[in-house]
Unconditional design. Structure first.
Length: 440
């Protein structure tokens, strides 16, 4: 519970008896005395009031009037993709070889000896807060995947863990144990990190969040923009990660979680790098949140091509227990994270790639091809269908099903408000840069 947010909302509405009501809310969540709860409420209100009416370019926050949930940010659908495009605009042009404008899995900057430093960071799945080991395992694996798909061998991991005020300290250790399970299996060390409380004293409860970053080096980039007309699209087997685990947990199909505990994706990438085949690969990516639908949209936009997929070739590559669970729950497996590896390469290298990956113990097949045009289509039962991602990724928990994945009627209006907010943030950045430079 965010007690500062509670106090600010009440103050902005001009409500009375805020201290009494906030004290009650604190006692509902936190095991403490009524006296301590009241003192905490009083202090929170004092601090909230002090920052209600700040002024100045730096202190005044840009407001769009659109919430993260309304716009689907983080839900790997149309709203989320649009928000990330705006993030790239706020960042602006950079000197990086691959930056946020490419919508890739990682960034890349040129270093000495014609090599690239690959950098990425992944946030843990928000619904795995009560399962810190599982959260650590899957976010570490996701971070390494994002480096591998740029054609690089990861060299180090870093972590950032935030636990709310009432969370057990042991959550940190369990989370780190999950991360270092992947670390030890791959011999890629976890070298640094940060451990903090969420919101300091102002957020009570047990919620945990955090992320894992990874770095690597390569001389051969396999970024999405390198996709070319005539390429074939290959996909490895996938059993999912944080998303599939979350689905299994919250639908009480807990045995499916075990299917996700593997490093097959990383093994496939290691085999490709060792074989030298990555120099013949145009692009790689991992099938994560938003599913193949989301990946297809981003690759098409970045590379300016059209992708055609064959559903009959994708289905056998999904772990049988995972697929059975998704279909029993009426969850579109093409719109959720499968943690499979997508490889885009000239057709003459397809057999060598498949042989190398299969020799590493990982199944793989050709699932599509790249053509002139834009967007993506999928062949299902011999019929061609549009393959556009929905407003949100496939709803894979009871709450997500309740919220749904339909595009809001006022989506275009929200986009305009978000676009304007991004523009104003860019203007703020420019003014502050100008201010600093003029004072030097």
């Amino acid at each position: 519970m965010d007690i500062e947010g509670y106090a600010k909302r009440a103050l902005c509405k001009g409500e009375t008896d805020i201290e009494d009501r906030l004290t009650e809310r604190i006692l509902e969540v936190k095991e403490t005395s009524s006296g301590h709860a009241r003192n905490l409420a009083r202090a929170a209100i004092t601090e909230a009031r002090a920052t209600l009416n700040v002024q100045g370019e730096v202190l005044t926050s840009t407001i769009s009037g659109v919430t993260m949930g309304q716009f689907g940010v983080g839900s790997r659908g149309l709203g989320d993709f649009h928000a990330h495009e705006k993030i790239a605009e706020v960042i602006g042009r950079t000197s990086a070889a691959v930056d946020s404008t490419h919508l890739d899995d990682s960034g890349a900057v040129s270093i000495d000896n014609n090599e690239y430093l690959i950098i990425t960071v992944d946030g843990m799945h928000s619904r795995l807060s009560d399962f810190p080991f599982l959260a650590g395992f899957h976010v570490a694996r996701a971070s390494l995947r994002d480096v591998y798909v740029m054609g690089a061998r990861p060299t180090a991991l870093l972590s950032d863990i935030h636990v709310a005020d009432d969370g057990d300290v042991a959550r940190i250790f369990d989370h780190i144990a999950g991360i270092t399970t992947v670390s030890e299996l791959t011999n890629i060390p976890l070298v640094t990190g940060s451990t903090l409380r969420i919101g300091g004293d102002m957020v009570i409860g047990e919620r945990m969040t955090g992320g894992v970053g990874a770095v690597g080096v390569t001389s051969e980039l396999t970024a999405r923009e390198s996709t070319q007309v005539g390429d074939v699209v290959l996909m490895t087997e996938g059993a999912g990660g944080g998303t599939i685990s979350t689905t299994a947990l919250y639908y009480e199909m807990h045995d499916v979680v075990d299917e996700t505990i593997n490093i097959k994706f990383l093994d496939a990438c290691e085999a490709l790098i060792d074989s030298g085949l990555t120099r013949n690969v145009h692009a790689m990516t991992d099938v994560t949140n938003g599913g193949i639908r989301g990946d297809a949209k981003e690759i098409s936009r970045t590379a300016g091509v059209k992708l055609i997929f064959d559903e009959s070739r994708m289905r056998p590559l999904v772990n049988p227990k995972v697929l059975a669970m998704l279909e029993s729950l009426e969850i579109d497996y093409l719109g959720v994270s499968l943690d499979a590896l997508l490889i885009i390469a000239p057709p003459e290298y397809a057999d060598a790639i498949m042989t190398t990956v299969k020799d590493a113990g990982v199944d793989i097949d050709i699932i599509g091809n790249v053509e002139k045009g834009s967007g993506a289509e999928v062949i299902i039962d011999g019929q061609l269908h549009d393959f556009t991602p929905r407003f949100r990724e496939s709803a894979y928990t009871p709450i997500k099903k309740m919220i749904g994945d339909e595009q809001p009627r006022d989506f275009e209006e929200m986009k305009m408000a978000v676009d304007d907010a991004a523009r104003r943030s860019i203007e703020k950045k420019k003014k502050v840069i100008e201010m600093i430079r003029s004072s030097e």
